[in-house]
Write a protein that binds this ligand. Structure first.
Ligand code: ME8
Length: 487
C-alpha cells in the first residue's frame, strides 16, 4: 500500500475568505459550518482532508472601518481576525489553515506568480478606464446595477473613476468556461446556479480591470514591475485557494497533493467571481480547475436580508451563549438549505431547540441511558465495536454525494422519532418488572439505536456525539440534560 493510500485520498475544501471589516454574522457562520460538516464527514470516511478558511484583508473596506474605529489598520485587522478565530473555535470549526491575504510571506508570492502567468499568457493589458466603482462590492458596477444612482446592496453611490489600469482578458475565456461547466468538468451545484452562470457565459464575459492605481488604494499587492499599480483585490483574494498551499513558493508539497480543490463553498452573492473569473485566471495561468463549487443561498431574518439598519442581524455569539454551539451547528445543518435562501428568527430557533434537542435527542438519550443504568443492562459488545467503524455512514453517503446535508440530518431525526415511538409502544420500563429477559433485549436494541445515532451525528454535532458515546461506554445516564429546555 502506498503512503497516500494509507492516509486515504486527499480532499480539499475551502470557504470564501471573509472581509474583516466587521464581525462575522450567521451567514458567514453558515458557510463555515457547512464546510466543517463536509470536512468532518470526509475525515470520518478515512480521507486526508485539508480545510482552508481565512480573511480577505487587502480591501479599502477595512481601511475605512479602521479609520472609523480610530485604530491603525494592522491592529484593527489583528483584532477582527482574532475574533473570527475565536468564533470558529467556539463552533468547533476544524480548519487546517487560516490564510490572511495581508501575509506577505505566505500569500503574496502566489499572487505574484499568478500575475506573472497572466502576463506570460498575454492576458493583461494596460488601458484607460472610466467606470463606477463600488467599494462595498470591490467591483465596478454599471448604470443598470444602480437604483436612483445608489448601489442597492450597499446604499452608497459608487465612485466615478478614470484610471489607467491593467485589464484581464476575461472575455477570451467565456466559451471555454461555459463548456467546462456544461460538461461538469467544473460542477456547479445546485442546477439553478449552474443555469444562472451558463446564461451569463452565453451572453459573454467582459474584460475586467485587474489593478488599481496605487495612489487611489492604500492596500494590496503591488503589481510586479509597476509600482504605480496594485493588484485588484478579487484577483488577489481568489488566489488564496492556491497560495495557502504554497503555490508560487519553493514549498509546493501541499499544492501538489491537494490542488485542484474538491469543493469550494460560497454564497450565491459571489458566484460570478468563483465560476467565471477564477476559472478564467486558472485557464490563463495553465493551472487545473476546481472540481466543484457549491453555491448556497443566503440567510434572511424575518424574510429580509440581514442588515444593521433593519436591526435584524442575528449575532452568532448571542445564540451560542444562550443555546450552546452544538445547537447552533444543528440549526444551521438542518434548517438552512444548502441551495436556497432560508429564514432564521430567534423565535424559530428557540422552537426548534426545544422540540428537536431538549425534547427530542436530549430526552431520548436520558430515557434510554436511565433504563440501561438503573437496570444494569449494557449495550452489546458488537454494537459498541461500531464506534470504531465507518460503515454506518453508507446510509448517509447518498445525501452527502448530493450535498443534501440538511436531509442527512432529517434522516437522523427520523431515527430518533422511531426510537421514541418504539419506547412508547414497547414500554420496557414496565416490562422489566414482569419479564426482565424481554426488557433486556429491547433495551439493548435501544442502546444500539443510540450508538447509530451518535455515530451519524459526528460530522454535525461532534461534541454531543462524543458525549453520547461516553455515556454508552460507561453505561451511565447524563448527570444533567444534554439540552436544557428554554421557556
Ligand atoms: O465576499 N447568508 O467576503 P464576505 C449566507 N471577501 N451566507 C452569507 C450571508 C448570508 N446572509 N452573508 C455572507 C467576500 N455570507 C469576499 C470573498 S473569496 C475569494 C472572497 C457568506 O465577508 C457567504 O458564503 O462578504 C458569502 O459568499 C460570503 O459570506 C461573503 O463574505
Amino acid at each position: 500500500m502506498s503512503k497516500q493510500e494509507e492516509k486515504g485520498k486527499p480532499f480539499y475544501i475551502t470557504t470564501p475568505i471573509y472581509y474583516p471589516n466587521a464581525n462575522l454574522h450567521m451567514g458567514h457562520e453558515y458557510t463555515t459550518t457547512l464546510c466543517d460538516i463536509f470536512a468532518r464527514y470526509h475525515r470520518l470516511k478515512g480521507e486526508e482532508v485539508y480545510f482552508l478558511t481565512g480573511a480577505d484583508e487587502n480591501t479599502e473596506k477595512v481601511v475605512r472601518a479602521a479609520k472609523d474605529a480610530n485604530i491603525n489598520t494592522k491592529d484593527y485587522l489583528d483584532e477582527t481576525v482574532s475574533g473570527f478565530k475565536s468564533l470558529f473555535k467556539m463552533l468547533g470549526i476544524s480548519y487546517d489553515q487560516f490564510i490572511r491575504t495581508s501575509d506577505e510571506e505566505k500569500h503574496w508570492p502566489g499572487v505574484i506568480e499568478m500575475w506573472n502567468r497572466l502576463v506570460a499568457a498575454g492576458d493583461l493589458e494596460k488601458r484607460e478606464y472610466k467606470g463606477l466603482y463600488c467599494v462595498g462590492h470591490e467591483a465596478f458596477l454599471t448604470e443598470k446595477d444602480l437604483v436612483n444612482g445608489v448601489c442597492p446592496d450597499h446604499g452608497e453611490a459608487p465612485q466615478e473613476l478614470t484610471e489607467e489600469n491593467y485589464f484581464f482578458k476575461l472575455s477570451k475565456y467565456s466559451s471555454e468556461i461555459k463548456q467546462k461547466i456544461e460538461t461538469d468538468e467544473i460542477r456547479i451545484i445546485p442546477q439553478s446556479r449552474k443555469n444562472e452562470i451558463l446564461a451569463l457565459l452565453e451572453r459573454g464575459l467582459e474584460d475586467i480591470s485587474f489593478s488599481r492605481s496605487a495612489d487611489k488604494v492604500s492596500v494590496g499587492v503591488p503589481v510586479p514591475g509597476d509600482l504605480s499599480q496594485r493588484i485588484y483585490v478579487w484577483g488577489d483574494a481568489l488566489t488564496n485557494y492556491i497560495s495557502a498551499l504554497g503555490f508560487g513558493t519553493k514549498n509546493g508539497d501541499l499544492y501538489n497533493k491537494f490542488w485542484p480543490a474538491d469543493l469550494h463553498v460560497v454564497g450565491k452573492d459571489i458566484l460570478r467571481f468563483h465560476a467565471a473569473i477564477w476559472p478564467a485566471m486558472l485557464l490563463s495561468a495553465k493551472l487545473p480547475l476546481p472540481k466543484a463549487i457549491l453555491v448556497h443561498g443566503l440567510i434572511t431574518s424575518g424574510g429580509q436580508k440581514m442588515s444593521k439598519s433593519l436591526g435584524n442581524v442575528i449575532d452568532p455569539l448571542m445564540l451560542i451563549d444562550e443555546y450552546g454551539h452544538e445547537a447552533v451547528r444543528y440549526y444551521l445543518a438542518r434548517y438552512v438549505s444548502p441551495f436556497e435562501d432560508s429564514d432564521l428568527t430567534l423565535e424559530r430557533f428557540k422552537a426548534v431547540y426545544n422540540a428537536d434537542l431538549a425534547n427530542g435527542l436530549g430526552n431520548l438519550v436520558s430515557r434510554i441511558m436511565k433504563m440501561a443504568e438503573v437496570n444494569n443492562i449494557k449495550a452489546l459488545e458488537r454494537d459498541i465495536e461500531l464506534f470504531k467503524k465507518t460503515n454506518l455512514y453508507e446510509q448517509i453517503d447518498s445525501y452527502f454525494v448530493e450535498f443534501k446535508v440538511n436531509e442527512a440530518v432529517d434522516s437522523l431525526w427520523s431515527l430518533i422519532k422511531r426510537a421514541d415511538n418504539d419506547i412508547q409502544t414497547l414500554e420496557p420500563f414496565k416490562t422489566i418488572k414482569v419479564d426482565r429477559k424481554k426488557a433486556e433485549v429491547d433495551i439493548k436494541v435501544f442502546l444500539a439505536y443510540l450508538i447509530e445515532i451518535s455515530i451519524k451525528l459526528r460530522p454535525f454535532m461532534p461534541i454531543t456525539a462524543g458525549k453520547i458515546e461516553k455515556l454508552i461506554k460507561e453505561n451511565k445516564s447524563p448527570e444533567a440534560p444534554l439540552f436544557v429546555r428554554k421557556d
